[in-house]
Write a protein that binds this ligand. Structure first.
Ligand code: TRP
Length: 338
């Protein structure tokens, strides 16, 4: 089933990142690098989901700054604003409008089962607001409003995507084929999961309080090297990918992302060498890989007018498609058309 017109046969991709923390190498190697590969083959919508970010308390000036930084980060990492609509979620009001409608097709019970809700309720027990609870419904709106076919997400978002599919199917079963039922997009090379350098069983997180746990996209070379030096490993000495070696496995994944080398090649390169040499090599490889991104980022951030122009254009392109879907939904559910 396809609810899209004028696609030239191309499928639609949508994804988003919250401006709730500084961009780190987990977001780059785990997500952005893969989105860049998609941009020629699909019609792309990549948003900065500021409305999701306010489900936990944000400092207004920091939120504003980070929204621009994620936009600049998208482009610096290789997304081309000509090929992708890059936009801020709150600039396309149809997301919020559709989210309200979909709230009435999402069940209390299913939202209560979302693991991200349970985790965030624990982390922010003083602010378990309704937005945190209905967060996945807004995410469903982000996706369904473009009739996206594919949603590149990490494993932690699969449950939210499953819910988006359930809502789409439920709505379609009442009103006919309105929404495309989206699929998660898992890249062929299996997108990398980058973990915390301090607790390598946990995903690297934008909002980690321990500065040594994450490598920011815009860290200086010296800081990058220092953070890798402090990375948690194990009491073994060999650089090899194996069960129970989360820290080393994570460093090998990062090194592989930064250099393109396979795990076998990495094991050979460091056979007989210690963790000290290996960590230094990872730090240098990451710093080298980030250098061109940091340069481009700096240029973008120093030309705010141009960046705003890109976001305005992105929001306009996104709105065109989003408004069409919203109009169809309003009509189907019986809102008076005048
Ligand atoms: N919930 C996603 C995350 O935390 C962000 C997000 C919001 C998203 N809307 C989306 C991802 C739509 C994919 C599609 O990572």
């Amino acid at each position: 089933m396809d609810n899209n017109i004028n696609n030239n046969g191309k499928k639609i991709v949508l994804s988003g990142i919250q401006p709730s923390g500084d961009l780190n190498i987990g977001t780059y190697f785990g997500a952005l690098k893969n989105w860049v590969k998609l941009q020629n083959d699909y019609i792309n919508y990549f948003c900065i989901v500021d409305m999701h970010a306010i489900t936990v308390r944000q400092d207004p000036s920091v939120l504003r700054r980070r929204t621009l930084e994620v936009a600049a980060g998208y482009i610096a990492c290789g997304l081309d604003p000509e090929k992708c609509a890059l936009f801020v979620q709150s600039h396309v009001p149809a997301h919020a409008q559709l989210a309200w409608v979909l709230n009435c097709y999402a069940m209390f019970g299913e939202l209560s089962r979302m693991t991200q809700f349970k985790e965030k309720s624990e982390q922010h027990s003083d602010n378990i607001n309704a937005g945190l609870f209905t967060y996945p419904v807004l995410q469903a709106a982000d996706i369904l409003i473009y009739n996206a076919h594919l949603v590149p997400v990490g494993a932690d978002q699969k449950q939210h995507l499953e819910l988006s599919r359930d809502i789409a199917v439920r709505f379609n079963s009442v009103y006919g084929d309105v929404f495309t039922v989206p699929e998660p997009y898992i890249s062929k090379e299996k997108s990398a999961k980058i973990c915390s350098l301090q607790e390598p069983a946990k995903k690297m997180s934008k909002s980690d309080k321990n500065v040594n746990a994450t490598v920011l996209l815009f860290d200086k070379k010296d800081d990058i090297i220092k953070k890798f030096k402090r990375a948690v490993t194990d009491s073994d000495t060999a650089v090899r990918f194996a069960e129970g070696k989360d820290g080393v496995n994570n460093l090998m994944t990062i090194y592989s992302c930064a250099t393109g080398k396979s795990y076998d090649e990495i094991e050979r390169e460091f056979s007989g060498k210690g963790y000290g040499d290996f960590k230094l090599a990872v730090g240098e490889a990451v710093a080298d890989a980030l250098m061109p991104i940091q340069k481009k980022f700096g240029e973008l951030m120093s030309d705010r007018t141009e960046l705003e122009k890109i976001l305005k254009d992105g929001a306009q392109r996104a709105s065109r498609r989003a408004d069409r879907t919203l109009a169809k939904v309003y009509k189907k559910i019986g809102f008076l058309q005048i």
